[in-house]
Design a protein around this ligand. Structure first.
Ligand code: MV4
Length: 446
């Protein structure tokens, strides 16, 4: 086991990694920007190094500074968390070159799965269902029209350099495709300096269902069930849950086994997530693979009674998986609400000082956060300030528990998404589990 780990991140995930290290008797080194001197992860780490000014590019993304901090404090490994450098193959290579273990998959797997086209090809080769579509880019409108005839309308025009929904346009007829094709290409050129587009069958009301996997360095791979992540606004997740109300025992086995097989084919190790679109006929299609621990990992931990961050650290230290697929258990239902420092109506950032804070407690309540009363929420970083997670025997009980936990969560001095979550949880479609990635359209301002 490592003696000391540097956490190349901040906020709640940095604290989360510190907690896992403490339980493993591993010393921790925090890095921080000048704006984060008073941050909680700095306080609870054994050592802390300032790596630069507030802007992320000069601090949390500053590879030379981070590697220098790792050298000075003589750490054995670096945990990147999520975001920042967590899916940067070059950073993983630099760590390995400096004889520092990067806690995550190898750079090559990260590179393969990080490129949409190579990821889709690798998944297709591994027998993972991918959305029917063009085989590669469509270089002119005639190719697009001919591909669309093969696929069948409606089709989606997607920018190959896009991501997170940017550069996507639906076409329901040849006439619409002519327009969508030209618009997508020019938008992609402007936004990504890459006008490459491809076509896919448009799935009208998909759910976003993702499978958590864990792989060690000896070829052992298990899945830990699914997460329902359809409650998103402009591709920002708001509420996640496990299990999904739409996934039966049989569908879980099918999706889980396909995810495990895919990871075996690409030689995956560490924690990873395969994202799928699930349609109303229970057909599912590969969307992308995330080669990092994800924000929403706690809902999986709650229903499988696991510690995914500790598992990542153990795997990176060369330990075999402690659990076989057969030994894994699923208990109850877990829901996570992302608490952002934002105006709950306009979603505009709301940084500032927290003048009064009450965190909910009681049975089945977990809060992953780095805020405290008197903490100044800086404007420089992501607006996520806390994850409120509940666990109960059934989905209905979990919803009731989340409602009372949200009502007990007092954050004064800034605005948060707490009122929005209470609104969502009051929606009959949410309570009945009738979700899709179009769910949040109902709150869209005219
Ligand atoms: C789709 C789709 C429907 N049909 N692909 C959005 C971003 C990227 N993850 C892929 N996305 C979608 N791809 C086909 N063929 C609908 C979406 C989509 C979506 C997917 C997951 C979660 C939220 C979403 C919100 C809007 C659109």
């Amino acid at each position: 086991m490592f003696k000391k780990i540097l956490i190349a991140n901040r906020g709640e995930i940095a604290c989360r990694i510190i907690w896992a290290c403490k339980e493993l008797d591993v010393k921790t080194v925090a890095i921080h920007s000048e704006a984060d001197r008073e941050a909680l992860h700095v306080r609870f780490a054994d050592e802390a190094i300032c790596v630069g000014p507030a802007p992320s590019a000069q601090s949390y993304l500053n590879i030379p500074q981070i590697i220098s901090a790792a050298e000075i404090t003589n750490v054995d490994a670096i945990h990147p968390g999520y975001g920042f450098l967590s899916e940067n193959p070059y950073f993983a290579e630099v760590c390995e070159a400096c004889n520092i273990t990067f806690i995550g998959p190898g750079p090559q797997v990260m590179r393969t799965m990080g490129d949409k086209a190579s990821a889709k090809a690798a998944m297709k080769a591994a027998g993972v269902p991918v959305t029917p579509g063009s085989d590669g880019l469509v270089d002119d409108i005639d190719a697009a029209l001919s591909e669309a005839e093969k696929i069948g309308y409606p089709v989606l025009v997607k920018a190959t350099a896009g991501g997170g929904g940017r550069g996507m346009r639906v076409a329901r007829s040849a006439a619409e495709l002519r327009n969508a094709y030209d618009t997508s290409r020019s938008e992609a050129e402007a936004a990504f300096k890459n006008s490459g587009v491809y076509l896919e069958k448009y799935i009208e009301r998909p759910r976003h269902i993702e499978i958590q996997v864990l792989g060690d360095n000896y070829g052992n791979i298990i899945h830990l069930g699914e997460r329902e992540c359809s409650i998103q606004r402009r591709h920002q997740k708001l509420i996640e849950e496990s299990p999904s109300p739409a996934v039966s025992y049989e569908l879980r086995q099918e999706m889980g086994n396909i995810a495990v097989k895919a990871c075996q084919e690409v030689g995956y190790s560490s924690a990873g997530t395969i994202e799928f679109l699930l349609d109303e006929n229970d057909d599912f299609y590969f969307m992308e693979m995330n080669t990092r621990i994800q924000v929403e990992h706690p809902v999986t931990e709650m229903v499988t009674v696991s510690d995914l961050v500790a598992a990542q650290i153990r795997i990176a230290a060369g330990e075999p998986l402690h659990l076989s697929q057969e030994e894994l258990i699923f208990v109850g239902h877990s829901i996570e609400c992302r608490i952002n420092a934002e105006d709950p109506e306009r979603f505009t950032p709301s940084p500032g000082r927290i003048t009064n804070l009450n965190l909910p407690t009681g049975p089945g309540v977990r809060v992953d956060t780095a805020i405290y009363s008197g903490y100044f929420v800086p404007p420089h970083y992501d607006s996520l300030i806390a994850k409120l997670i509940v666990h109960a025997r059934t989905r209905d009980r979990a919803i009731a528990r989340m409602r009372r936990a949200l009502q007990a969560m007092v954050v004064e001095g800034i605005q948060t998404t707490i009122p929005l979550h209470l609104k969502i949880l009051a929606e009959p479609d949410f309570v009945s589990g009738n979700l899709s990635t179009r769910f949040m359209d109902r709150f869209a301002k005219p």
